[in-house]
Write a protein that binds this ligand. Structure first.
Ligand code: SME
Length: 152
Protein backbone atom coordinates (compact mmCIF):
# COMPACT_ATOMS: atom_id res chain seq x y z
CA UNK A 1 0.00 0.00 0.00
CA UNK A 2 1.40 3.39 -1.05
CA UNK A 3 1.44 5.97 1.75
CA UNK A 4 1.50 9.69 0.99
CA UNK A 5 3.75 10.68 3.90
CA UNK A 6 4.08 14.31 2.82
CA UNK A 7 0.33 14.73 2.80
CA UNK A 8 0.00 13.11 6.24
CA UNK A 9 2.80 15.30 7.60
CA UNK A 10 0.92 18.36 6.37
CA UNK A 11 -2.10 17.11 8.31
CA UNK A 12 -0.04 16.63 11.47
CA UNK A 13 1.49 20.12 11.56
CA UNK A 14 -1.80 21.84 12.54
CA UNK A 15 -2.02 19.56 15.60
CA UNK A 16 0.82 21.64 17.09
CA UNK A 17 -1.51 24.19 18.62
CA UNK A 18 0.10 26.29 21.36
CA UNK A 19 -2.96 26.15 23.62
CA UNK A 20 -2.82 22.37 23.85
CA UNK A 21 -1.05 20.40 26.58
CA UNK A 22 1.89 18.22 25.55
CA UNK A 23 -0.10 15.17 26.66
CA UNK A 24 -2.98 16.09 24.35
CA UNK A 25 -0.65 16.86 21.46
CA UNK A 26 1.06 13.46 21.75
CA UNK A 27 -2.33 11.73 21.97
CA UNK A 28 -3.53 13.55 18.85
CA UNK A 29 -0.38 12.58 16.93
CA UNK A 30 -0.83 8.92 17.90
CA UNK A 31 -4.46 8.93 16.77
CA UNK A 32 -3.65 10.59 13.47
CA UNK A 33 -0.78 8.24 12.69
CA UNK A 34 -2.81 5.11 13.41
CA UNK A 35 -5.71 6.42 11.36
CA UNK A 36 -3.68 7.53 8.34
CA UNK A 37 -1.00 4.89 7.95
CA UNK A 38 -2.32 1.43 7.11
CA UNK A 39 0.65 -0.47 8.52
CA UNK A 40 0.68 1.36 11.90
CA UNK A 41 -1.33 -0.78 14.33
CA UNK A 42 -0.09 0.40 17.72
CA UNK A 43 1.35 3.89 18.11
CA UNK A 44 2.65 5.30 21.36
CA UNK A 45 5.16 7.57 23.04
CA UNK A 46 7.54 6.49 25.79
CA UNK A 47 9.07 9.27 27.89
CA UNK A 48 12.40 9.03 29.69
CA UNK A 49 12.40 9.15 33.46
CA UNK A 50 16.03 10.10 33.92
CA UNK A 51 16.16 9.44 37.66
CA UNK A 52 14.75 5.93 37.38
CA UNK A 53 16.69 5.28 34.13
CA UNK A 54 13.54 3.90 32.57
CA UNK A 55 10.96 4.67 29.95
CA UNK A 56 7.41 5.47 31.02
CA UNK A 57 4.50 4.96 28.65
CA UNK A 58 2.78 8.17 27.61
CA UNK A 59 -0.17 8.60 25.23
CA UNK A 60 -0.83 5.70 22.86
CA UNK A 61 -3.49 4.19 20.65
CA UNK A 62 -4.01 0.47 20.15
CA UNK A 63 -4.35 -2.46 22.51
CA UNK A 64 -3.46 -1.76 26.13
CA UNK A 65 0.02 -2.98 27.06
CA UNK A 66 1.40 -4.12 30.41
CA UNK A 67 4.77 -2.64 29.45
CA UNK A 68 4.24 0.77 30.96
CA UNK A 69 7.77 0.96 32.41
CA UNK A 70 10.77 -0.25 30.40
CA UNK A 71 14.36 -0.09 31.70
CA UNK A 72 16.83 1.74 29.44
CA UNK A 73 18.63 -0.90 27.36
CA UNK A 74 15.77 -3.42 27.49
CA UNK A 75 13.76 -4.34 24.41
CA UNK A 76 13.70 -2.40 21.19
CA UNK A 77 12.43 0.67 23.03
CA UNK A 78 15.16 0.50 25.67
CA UNK A 79 17.86 0.08 23.02
CA UNK A 80 16.76 3.26 21.27
CA UNK A 81 16.75 5.11 24.61
CA UNK A 82 20.35 3.99 25.08
CA UNK A 83 21.68 4.68 21.58
CA UNK A 84 19.60 7.72 20.65
CA UNK A 85 19.22 6.19 17.20
CA UNK A 86 16.17 4.88 15.36
CA UNK A 87 15.68 1.15 15.16
CA UNK A 88 13.67 -0.80 12.63
CA UNK A 89 12.85 -4.46 13.24
CA UNK A 90 11.21 -5.87 10.13
CA UNK A 91 10.65 -9.28 11.75
CA UNK A 92 10.37 -9.26 15.52
CA UNK A 93 10.95 -13.04 15.73
CA UNK A 94 14.59 -12.40 14.78
CA UNK A 95 15.22 -9.80 17.50
CA UNK A 96 16.79 -11.18 20.69
CA UNK A 97 16.38 -8.07 22.82
CA UNK A 98 12.64 -7.72 22.30
CA UNK A 99 9.65 -7.32 24.62
CA UNK A 100 6.55 -8.90 23.10
CA UNK A 101 3.33 -6.96 23.55
CA UNK A 102 0.94 -8.94 21.38
CA UNK A 103 1.21 -12.03 19.19
CA UNK A 104 -0.23 -10.02 16.28
CA UNK A 105 2.88 -7.85 16.07
CA UNK A 106 5.26 -8.73 13.25
CA UNK A 107 7.43 -5.65 13.00
CA UNK A 108 8.35 -2.52 14.91
CA UNK A 109 9.95 0.89 14.40
CA UNK A 110 11.16 3.18 17.16
CA UNK A 111 12.37 6.74 16.52
CA UNK A 112 13.92 8.92 19.24
CA UNK A 113 12.94 12.43 20.27
CA UNK A 114 16.24 14.23 20.88
CA UNK A 115 16.44 17.55 22.73
CA UNK A 116 19.78 19.37 22.51
CA UNK A 117 21.47 16.08 21.62
CA UNK A 118 19.92 14.22 24.56
CA UNK A 119 17.33 11.48 24.38
CA UNK A 120 14.04 12.60 26.02
CA UNK A 121 11.35 10.36 24.50
CA UNK A 122 10.53 8.12 21.57
CA UNK A 123 7.74 7.13 19.28
CA UNK A 124 7.10 3.40 19.12
CA UNK A 125 5.07 1.78 16.34
CA UNK A 126 4.06 -1.87 16.08
CA UNK A 127 2.78 -3.34 12.85
CA UNK A 128 0.79 -6.46 12.08
CA UNK A 129 2.36 -6.44 8.61
CA UNK A 130 5.61 -8.22 7.76
CA UNK A 131 8.54 -5.96 6.87
CA UNK A 132 6.47 -2.88 6.02
CA UNK A 133 8.92 -0.13 6.96
CA UNK A 134 11.06 1.85 4.51
CA UNK A 135 13.41 4.83 4.79
CA UNK A 136 10.34 6.96 4.19
CA UNK A 137 8.79 5.83 7.49
CA UNK A 138 12.01 6.71 9.28
CA UNK A 139 12.27 10.16 7.68
CA UNK A 140 8.59 10.89 8.24
CA UNK A 141 8.67 9.89 11.91
CA UNK A 142 11.99 11.70 12.33
CA UNK A 143 10.36 14.92 11.10
CA UNK A 144 7.54 14.47 13.63
CA UNK A 145 9.95 13.73 16.48
CA UNK A 146 11.91 16.88 15.62
CA UNK A 147 8.77 18.99 16.03
CA UNK A 148 7.82 17.09 19.21
CA UNK A 149 11.29 17.81 20.69
CA UNK A 150 10.33 21.48 20.97
CA UNK A 151 7.69 20.48 23.54
CA UNK A 152 10.34 19.18 25.98
N1 SME B 1 8.15 -4.20 21.73
C1 SME B 1 8.69 -3.15 22.55
C2 SME B 1 7.92 -3.00 23.84
C3 SME B 1 6.86 -1.99 23.77
S1 SME B 1 5.47 -2.54 23.00
O1 SME B 1 5.78 -2.70 21.56
C4 SME B 1 4.23 -1.48 23.16
C5 SME B 1 10.14 -3.42 22.84
O2 SME B 1 10.69 -4.47 22.48
O3 SME B 1 10.78 -2.56 23.44
Amino acid sequence: MQTDFQNILNGIKPLFDASKSREQLLADICAKLKEEVYHYDWVGFYLLDENANELVLGPYVGKPTEHTHIPVGKGVCGQVAESGESKVVQDVSTENNYIACSIDVQSEIVVPVMKNGKFVAEIDIDSHSAGPFTDEDEQFLGAICKMVAEQF
